[in-house]
Design a protein around this ligand. Structure first.
Ligand code: ADP
Length: 607
C-alpha cells in the first residue's frame, strides 16, 4: 500500500511516500521555488540529511507534482512497478464542517474554498495542490487532512471568543487551533513511549517551529490550544506576535498610530513581529540564541518574552487539565533548544516537573528513536522531546479515513514478527559439558540461530527421564553458568517430568534430569523448563510496539488460519533481533512454521 502525502505551499511542494503496511518512508523530498525558472527538486536522504538538489521544470503546482511523479516512477524508484494507493493532502483550515480526514470530491473542494476566508494564505494554495494532484496522480482516492481537525472537540467555552454571539453563529468567528497533526503525533508518541493508552494521559504538547502553538490534551482529546481563528494567536513565533491587546491594531489604524491599512497591519503582525521584530535579527532562533550568548540585549529580551509566554501557557494548561503526566516539546526549537526547555521547566516544580539538566543538554530525540525523556527518573511529570513527523501522522489519518478506525493503529504496529520455532534444546555449563564430552572439549558450530552470537552445535545429547528417553537433542552455545533444558510439553510427557512454564534462566524449583553424552552422563538436580513463549526485540522495536521488557502481549497470525495467541512474554535487549519463540507443540497447534509471519496484536499485561 503506497501512500503519498503532499504539503503544498505557495512556492514549495513537500512530499513523503510511505509503504503503509509497515509505515516505512520510501522517499521524501520537496520541489522549491515553484513558479520560477530556478525550481529545484530536493531529494532528502533516509535520515533526513544528505539532500540532493536537481533543477526541474515547475512553472506551477501542476508542473511541480508532475516532476515529483516522474521522480518517483523512474527506474528503481518506489513507484516504478507499483501503483499508488492513495494521496493524502495537508489542508490548513477545515472550519467547523471538515473535522475528520475526508475523501475529496467537488463538495469537499467547495468547503475548503469557503474556509479560505479564515486562512487566505493557505487554503487557496492547498486547494490548487489538490486540483493539480487529481490531474497528475489520476484516479486514486485523494484524502484531505486538516490542521484544525485535531482541535475540533475543544469544548465551547474554550473556543468561543467573548464577542457578540452572532459573530460565531453566523460568521464562524471562533478559535479553531492549528498544527493538529503535530500535536496528535506528539500525543501518540508520548503514549507509546510511556507505555500507556492515550486515553489515560493528560499532556501539554508544545510545537515550537517557525509557527508555535501549545495544546492541552486530556485523555486523547485536545481541550484547548493557543492558536485561534487564525494561526496568529498565542505564543510568540518567528515573525508573528501571538497574543496581543486587541486595541493595538485599532490604535495602529488610527491617525495617532500611523493610520496603517488592514493589509499593513496584517503584515506587521504576521511578518514583522515575534522573535524577528523584538530582536531585529530575523526569525531564526539559532541566530537569536547565539546573539543572546554574546550578550546582545534585544536578543536576550526576545528569548525572555518567548519563554515567559510559553511557561504561562504551560501553567495555564496544567490548571485546565488538573495536572499533567507529561510536557512534550517538538518542532525545530522544541527539539533542539536546550535553553528553551530548561528555562520553561525552571519554575514548574510545583507541577511535579524536575528536569534532568544534564540529559536535557546532551540527549537528542533524533539519536534515540525519535522520543526522549529528559525528566529526573523520580519526577512526577515527564518531560519528553519528540522529533515531530506531521507527514506520518497525516498518512495514518488517511488510512483511518479509507480503512476505518483500526487501520492506522494496525499499520503502525504491523511490523511483521518472524517466528523461530524453538525445538527442544539444552544449554550446558562448562562442568556438565566436560562430563558429557570430555574435559576442555569445545563444541563446534553447526548453524547460527536468530539471536546474535548464539549457535546450534554439531554435537547433541540424549535426555533420560523416569519414563523414557529423547535422543539427539540440540545444544545451543555459548556455554552458560548453569545447565538448562528447554522442552515442549510432549517431550516432558515422554520423559516423565513435570517442568513449569518459565522464563529462561529462572530455574528455582524446577525438576532435574539425566543427560548422556559420548564421554559420560550427568544428573542435574534442577534446570528443566517448558520455555514460556516469548518474543525477543531490540529497544527500538519495543518503542515501535509500545511495549517494555517483561510485558505480556498478544500476537496475531494472518492468512489461511487467523488466530490470536496471548501470554507472549516480551524480552528486550539491544542484543536481540526481533524473533518470536514458540515451542514445537504450540507452533504445530497453531499451524505455524518458521516461515510463518505474525503481527503484534496488543498489550495484555504490563510488567
Ligand atoms: P517549520 O515550522 O518551518 O517547519 P521548524 O520546525 O524546522 O520550522 O523550526 C524552525 C525553527 O527551529 C527555527 O527558528 C530554527 O532556528 C529553530 N532551530 C532549528 N535548530 C535549532 C537549534 N539547534 N537550536 C535552536 N533552535 C533551532
Amino acid at each position: 500500500m503506497k501512500l503519498l502525502v503532499l504539503n503544498v505551499g505557495s512556492t514549495s511542494v513537500k512530499y513523503d511516500l510511505y509503504e503503509m503496511d509497515t509505515e516505512q518512508s520510501l522517499a521524501r523530498g520537496r520541489v522549491e521555488r515553484v513558479g520560477t525558472d530556478a525550481a529545484v527538486h530536493v531529494q532528502v536522504g533516509g535520515n533526513g540529511h544528505g539532500a540532493v538538489e536537481t533543477p526541474v521544470e515547475a512553472r506551477d503546482v501542476r508542473g511541480a507534482l508532475a516532476a515529483v511523479l516522474a521522480r518517483l516512477s523512474a527506474p528503481d524508484a518506489p513507484l516504478a512497478t507499483n501503483h499508488l494507493t492513495a494521496v493524502g493532502h495537508r489542508v490548513v483550515h477545515g472550519g467547523e464542517r471538515l473535522i475528520q480526514p475526508v475523501k475529496i470530491d467537488a463538495a469537499v473542494e467547495g468547503v475548503i474554498e469557503e474556509c479560505a476566508a479564515f486562512a487566505p494564505l493557505h487554503n487557496p494554495v492547498n486547494l490548487a495542490g489538490i486540483r493539480a494532484a487529481r490531474e497528475v496522480f489520476g484516479d486514486v482516492p485523494h484524502v484531505a487532512v486538516f490542521d484544525t481537525a485535531f482541535h475540533a472537540q475543544m469544548p465551547e467555552h474554550a473556543f468561543v471568543y467573548a464577542l457578540p454571539h452572532d459573530l460565531y453563529t453566523q460568521r464562524g468567528v471562533r478559535r479553531y487551533g492549528f498544527h493538529g497533526p503535530s500535536h496528535q503525533y506528539m500525543a501518540a508518541c508520548a503514549a507509546e513511549f510511556l507505555g500507556t493508552a492515550p486515553d489515560r494521559l493528560r499532556l501539554i504538547t508544545c510545537h515550537l517551529g517557525g509557527g508555535c502553538s501549545v495544546a492541552a490534551i486530556d485523555r486523547g482529546v485536545s481541550v484547548d490550544t493557543s492558536m485561534g481563528m487564525t494561526p496568529l494567536e498565542g505564543l510568540v513565533m518567528g515573525t508573528r506576535t501571538g497574543d496581543l491587546d486587541p486595541a493595538i491594531p485599532l490604535w495602529l489604524a488610527s491617525p495617532d498610530g500611523g493610520g496603517l491599512s488592514p493589509a499593513e497591519i496584517d503584515t506587521l503582525l504576521n511578518r514583522k513581529s515575534g522573535l524577528a521584530g523584538m530582536s531585529g535579527l530575523g526569525a531564526d532562533f539559532r541566530d537569536i540564541q547565539a546573539a543572546a550568548e554574546r550578550g546582545e540585549v534585544r536578543a536576550r529580551l526576545a528569548i525572555e518574552v518567548f519563554v515567559h509566554r510559553l511557561r504561562k501557557y504551560v501553567g495555564a494548561y496544567a490548571a485546565l487539565l488538573g495536572g499533567a503526566d507529561a510536557i512534550v516539546f517538538s518542532g525545530g526549537i522544541g527539539e533542539n533548544s536546550v535553553l528553551v526547555r530548561e528555562r520553561v521547566c525552571d519554575r514548574l516544580g510545583f507541577l511535579g516537573v524536575d528536569l534532568d539538566v544534564a540529559r536535557n543538554a546532551t540527549a537528542r530525540a533524533a539519536d534515540e528513536g525519535g522520543v526522549i525523556d529528559v525528566a529526573e527518573p523520580r519526577a512526577r511529570t515527564r518531560v519528553l522531546v519528540v522529533r515531530t513527523d506531521e507527514e506520518r501522522m497525516i498518512a495514518r489519518e488517511v488510512m483511518r479515513c479509507l480503512y476505518g478506525p483500526t487501520a492506522a493503529v494496525r499499520s503502525v504496529r504491523a511490523r511483521p514478527i518472524p517466528i523461530g520455532v524453538s525445538v527442544r534444546h539444552v544449554h550446558l555449563s562448562r562442568a556438565d559439558c566436560d562430563a558429557l564430552f570430555g574435559p576442555g572439549v569445545e563444541l563446534t558450530r553447526r548453524r547460527d540461530v536468530t539471536q546474535p552470537g548464539q549457535y546450534v552445535t554439531r554435537e547433541t545429547v540424549d535426555l533420560i527421564g523416569p519414563k523414557g528417553e529423547v535422543h539427539g537433542v540440540a545444544i545451543i552455545n555459548p556455554l552458560r553458568k548453569e545447565t538448562q533444558v528447554e522442552l515442549a510439553r510432549t517431550d516432558a510427557l515422554r520423559l516423565g517430568v513435570d517442568p513449569p512454564l518459565r522464563e529462561s534462566g529462572k530455574l528455582d524449583g524446577t525438576p532435574g534430569l539425566r543427560l548422556r553424552g559420548p564421554a559420560g552422563e550427568v544428573t542435574i538436580t534442577r534446570g528443566v523448563i517448558l520455555a514460556h513463549r516469548h518474543v525477543h526485540m531490540s529497544p527500538d522495536d519495543a518503542r515501535l510496539f509500545g511495549v517494555g521488557d517483561g510485558d505480556l502481549i498478544e500476537i496475531r497470525a494472518e492468512g489461511d488460519r487467523e488466530m490470536t495467541m496471548g501470554d507472549v512474554l516480551v524480552r528486550v535487549s539491544d542484543k536481540y533481533a526481533l524473533d518470536l519463540h514458540l515451542d514445537t507443540d504450540e507452533a504445530n497447534a497453531a499451524s505455524l512454521t518458521s516461515d510463518s509471519v505474525v503481527a503484534f496484536a496488543g498489550v495484555q499485561a504490563r510488567r
